[in-house]
Write a protein that binds this ligand. Structure first.
Ligand code: NAD
Length: 552
């Protein structure tokens, strides 16, 4: 992109109406920094020919052309030149089409009757800026999914362009490399770690720490963004954050895990703290890891600071019920959805992917309600039993053997087969990117409750929505964890502990309220549950940003 070189931004405008070409030419002609150089094509075919012949930085695209119409125009240009950003300029003032366009990858959707010099030049500048950071280290399929989900909701909301650009990227990121000693004293390992704070507007930031071999800045940034919407959706006074270390924790001994954790806690200690940013467990970490982070931070400041992390053991100020809160929350929400769908849970079947903290608790609480659990899986295998699996036996087995592999009271199946089992309720509670365009049409559940973060791609969403699958989106379905983390932080800062009953009752009330607000918004705005939940969250953050004003 040659904006920086000062030679001007090369804009290709594909538009058949000479009056609109003249208008855009005038509006862009008034800009001095950057200078826009406009080229014009009157049809899709001419546009594609020019794209081959001359360098183009950005495309302005009318959707209704003599040789192409609607979103098809966008899709054809995009597949011809996938690396060049496209801003749609159209007479079609249609919010659903606009949402679909940004979901499909358009940088913006401008309506001709509302065009001004500011809106047009700003849209082009922001689109170019986004494309320039496409190769930044935070870029990843997961971050792009989070951004596209956000842009779709923002389009429905008519969100201010400046706020949109601001919320699309993390506010603060810390990348560290850290060494830790293996048990064999002479061996030292150096790994990458991250902490991302997406929004600092709402109060301290909050989000888990993940240990996994695929952790990257892009993954952590996406998870931090989702944390912002999740906290705002359930009305917690936090912005979103997330952290992680790129390592497979299953290959570490307890001592190695402790040394790694203490060094990572030290590296991120300048930006965490009870009033700044409060970590919690996520994949590959647990209450033991949180205890080490709390201890390391406390050693550094010279006194005990329980409120620096949540999800720690109860003896250190952990909230009762935090360990099982995410799985419990998933089940509270399934109960709400079942009521709405008039599903009788005691006659329903469920399949759970992932048998860690979230998956095993969700399975346990569902089976307590009389739901028959017919399939479970983890990283090693899947187990299927159409007559129902015994939770006590499964939990005992995993307690002794760590993984499901070798469990004999069912048939062994793959994770892919597990997701495609016929069932009433499917709970993905392992990794992101599990339900995709490839397998979405073979998913046979009636209710999808996303325990994991980002398990479903946007393309899969569309297929599931068409099939009539009711989706409890991740930022709602798994919000129980951060809600009880909030309770823990409140209890720690007040030095006053609540009973388990108190925790669960408050959790239930908060989740029921969030479910109802999401459902109402979905019905009122005629959007799917995911977009409705995102709109609820984003709206609150946007309001807070506007209320605080601009510094300086
Ligand atoms: P965990 O580490 O306790 O469990 C993860 C489970 O997934 C394990 O059983 C593991 O074997 C399994 N797994 C890993 N790779 C797999 C694969 N390829 N196929 C099938 N299973 C696989 O983690 P967790 O805390 O239960 O988190 C699970 C998901 O829930 C993550 O997406 C996390 O971000 C999300 N989440 C967790 C919390 C929380 O409080 N722990 C809160 C909100 C969201």
């Amino acid at each position: 992109m040659n904006v920086a070189s000062g030679s001007g931004v090369k804009v290709l405008f594909i538009e058949d109406n000479p009056i609109h070409v003249g208008l855009v030419k005038t509006l862009l002609g008034e800009s001095r920094a950057p200078i826009f150089q406009l080229q014009h094509a009157g049809s899709l075919q001419d546009g594609l020919k020019l794209l081959e012949a001359v360098p183009v930085d950005i495309i302005l695209l009318d959707l209704t052309l003599p040789d192409s119409e609607d979103l098809d125009t966008f899709i054809r240009v995009r597949s011809f030149a996938p690396a060049i950003p496209i801003v749609i300029v159209t007479s079609l003032d249609d919010v659903k089409l606009a949402a679909k366009a940004v979901e499909a990858g358009a940088q913006d959707y401008l309506v001709k009757t509302q065009l001004s010099r500011t809106s047009l030049t700003r849209s082009l500048r922001y689109a170019i800026e986004r494309t320039r950071v496409r190769d930044a280290e935070w870029d990843s399929p997961m971050f792009r999914l989070a951004q596209r989900q956000f842009l779709k909701a923002a389009q429905y909301m008519g969100l201010d362009d400046n706020i949109r650009q601001r919320l699309l990227f993390p506010q603060r990121t810390l990348v560290v490399t850290l060494p830790f000693r293996r048990d064999h004293y002479t061996e030292v390992e150096t790994v990458f770690g991250y902490r991302v704070q997406h929004i600092l507007t709402m109060g301290p930031t909050k989000g888990g720490i993940r240990y996994h071999q695929d952790v990257s800045l892009g993954e952590v940034s996406a998870l931090a963004m989702w944390m912002s919407w999740k906290c705002a959706l359930v009305h917690l006074p936090f912005g979103g954050a997330k952290g992680g270390v790129r390592i497979d924790p299953t290959g570490l001994t307890g001592h190695e895990l402790q040394r790694l954790t203490r060094r990572f806690a030290t590296e991120i200690s300048p930006i965490i703290g009870p009033e700044k940013d409060i970590p919690a467990p996520d994949m590959g970490t647990n209450e033991r890891v949180m205890a080490w982070i709390m201890d390391t931070y406390s050693q550094q400041v010279g006194y005990s600071v329980p409120a620096v992390v949540t999800g720690k053991p109860v003896v250190l100020g952990g909230a009762r019920g935090r360990n099982e809160a995410t799985g419990r929350g998933v089940v509270y929400l399934i109960e709400e959805a079942a009521r709405h769908l008039k599903m009788n849970l005691s006659e329903s079947t469920a399949v759970i992917q992932g048998f860690g903290n979230v998956g095993s608790h969700a399975a346990l609480f569902l089976s307590d309600l009389g739901v028959k659990i017919i399939g479970v899986s983890d990283a090693t295998t899947g187990i299927y039993n159409r007559n129902g699996l015994s939770m006590s036996s499964l939990l005992e087995y995993v307690g002794q053997n760590r993984f499901l592999e070798g469990y004999s009271e069912g048939d062994e199946i793959t994770n892919q087969e597990l997701l495609e089992l016929e069932c009433d309720i499917l709970v993905p509670a392992a990794l992101q990117n599990q339900i995709t365009a490839e397998n979405a049409d073979r998913i046979k559940c009636r209710l999808l409750a996303e325990g994991a973060n980002g398990p479903t791609t946007l393309e899969a969403d569309e297929v599931l929505n068409e099939k009539g699958v009711f989706i409890l989106p991740d930022i709602l379905a798994n919000a129980g964890g951060v809600t009880v983390s909030y309770f823990e932080w409140v209890q720690d800062t007040q030095n006053y502990m609540w009973s388990l009953d108190e925790v669960n009752q408050r959790l239930k009330r908060i989740l029921q309220d969030a479910f109802q607000r999401t459902l109402n918004r979905a019905e009122k705005n005629n959007v799917d549950m995911r977009t409705a939940a995102l709109m609820e969250g984003i709206e609150r953050v946007a309001q807070a940003k506007l209320a605080r004003g601009l510094f300086p």
